[in-house]
Design a protein around this ligand. Structure first.
Ligand code: GDP
Ligand code: IMO
Ligand code: MG
Length: 422
């Protein structure tokens, strides 16, 4: 394995959690490299469901050390709630490590995200988890990090400094109640002790492990089309979910990456605002949403659904350099006479196979579809490609050929065992 990355190939929720859990059985380290508690990754094992927001989905494997690397932003309230819930489920958290450079998502970040989202104009449809404001403070160099949290005086100084800048905005721009610095500092004192046992120098931990050739699995959150630079800006998240972001977020050098797994649903979903060329707002869409239980893991919002957009998927393959594809939720497509896949966009009378990331332009694109025959059989019990209906195999072949990356895993249900290795 050496160093492998798992990247969302669409707009998030591609079942990265399931794929990471599967690949983590051989990993020495499983590492979250970007995003924060906006992520919701689900793993289903032996009838139990585990939900991860900040803690890597590979932690269920006893040989794996789970690492929250410096590219992640961490909400301590969310972290404690998640850690407590996992411990109740019997998950051993002693193998967790948290980077000293991790930026903290503070209550004022969440508040600012909520206040901004409450304005109708310019709404992104964020998860309201404070992600944008946290990364903004990081870029503005007024952020507060885990290393600050562990030093009482330094933490107090940083919080005072940032609130001098953020409170006037909260008060004057949004007409909301400013945050009391002293109360906040007092609230966070116990969090320091909760985090201290896990805190470490993550770049050195991972560089050393990579030099020793130990298997490292890097777990992406969100998806390529939500990337701050390569997604449909401004309808994106504020981090870099793409494979290159895995190097930035962990300190692992690009030449160490061996396998780059792209995870894609057999159709497309999106949560929040922004263009979505293959979106289905009719009863076909409702049928896919119901079969796929397309309601958010983090916010419970109904996900927008649509046909598979191969133009977008090929773009993701090129941006990330996928060496392997995992196609997930294929079982959801059983029961359709015909399935459409988008093979090009029509824009102002011209046809293009190149994805258009500019949001207003993408909104004007019409999908050009190819129609493939569907299959009636339920496939949740299939464990080899040969057991799949011929039309399901043909559907997968079509994807592989169009995208130009090999399908090495097919998921036919949420359970760990509902997997076809190719
Ligand atoms: P992530 O954010 O990429 O990890 O994906 P989510 O966990 O947010 O959403 C994927 C959902 O699909 C979860 O509820 C999974 O349990 C479920 N799931 C994963 N793989 C499959 C599959 O092959 N078929 C079906 N029907 N559900 C799946
Ligand atoms: P996982 O890891 C799906 C979307 C939000 C919104 C945009 C910006 O579970 O795949 P943010 O809160 O990040 O500022 O919101 O990004 N979004 C996700 N959509 N899955 C996710 O994570 C997402 N994380 C953020 O819905 O459109
Ligand atoms: Mg999710």
């Amino acid at each position: 394995m050496s160093v492998s990355v798992v990247v969302g190939a669409q707009w998030g929720d591609e079942a990265k959690g399931k794929v990471v859990d599967l690949l983590a059985k051989d990993a020495r380290y499983v590492v979250r490299y970007a995003g924060g508690s906006n992520a919701g990754h689900t793993v289903c094992v032996n009838g139990a469901t585990y939900k991860f927001h900040l803690i890597p989905s590979g932690i269920l494997h006893p040989q794996a050390t789970a690492v929250i690397a410096d590219g992640v932003v961490m909400d301590l309230r969310a972290f404690v709630a998640e850690a407590d819930a996992l411990q109740v489920q019997g998950v051993d958290l002693s193998r967790l490590r948290i980077g000293l450079g991790v930026h903290l998502t503070m209550p004022y970040h969440r508040l600012l995200d909520e206040l901004e989202e409450s304005q109708l104009e310019g709404r992104i449809g964020t998860t309201k988890r404070g992600i944008g404001p946290t990364y903004a403070d990081k870029a503005w160099r007024i952020g507060v990090r885990v290393a600050d949290l562990l030093d009482r005086d330094r933490f107090a100084q940083r919080v005072w400094r940032v609130l001098q800048r953020r409170n006037p905005t909260i008060q004057r721009v949004y007409n909301a109640t400013p945050i009391n610095a002293d109360a906040l500092i007092a609230e966070f004192e116990p969090y320091a002790e909760r985090v201290r046992p896990y805190a470490c120098d993550v770049p050195h931990l991972l560089m050393d492990a990579a030099e020793r050739g130990e298997p490292i699995l890097l777990e992406g959150a969100q998806g390529t089309l939500l990337d701050l630079d390569y997604g449909t800006y401004p309808y994106v998240t504020s981090s870099h979910p793409v494979a290159a972001g895995a190097c930035l977020g962990t300190g692992i050098a690009p030449n160490r990456l061996r396998e780059i797994w792209g995870v894609a649903k057999a159709y497309t979903t999106r949560v929040g605002e922004g263009p979505f060329p293959t979106e289905l707002t009719d009863e076909t869409g409702d049928r896919i949403r119901n079969r796929g239980r397309e309601y958010g893991t983090t916010t419970g919002r109904a996900r927008r659904v649509g046909w598979l957009d191969l133009v977008a998927l090929r773009y993701a393959a090129r941006v990330n350099g996928f060496t392997a594809l995992a196609v997930t939720l294929l079982d959801v497509l059983s029961g359709f006479d015909a399935l459409k896949v988008c093979v090009a966009y029509r824009l102002d009378g011209t046809i293009t196979r190149d994805f258009i990331a500019d949001a207003p332009t993408l909104a004007r694109c019409e999908p050009v579809y190819e129609t493939l025959p569907g299959w009636r059989e339920e496939i949740g019990d299939c464990r080899t490609l040969d057991e799949l209906p011929p039309n399901a195999r043909a559907y997968l072949q079509f994807i592989e050929q169009y995208v130009g990356a090999p399908i090495r895993l097919v998921s036919v249900g949420a359970g760990r065992e509902q997997t076809i290795w190719v």
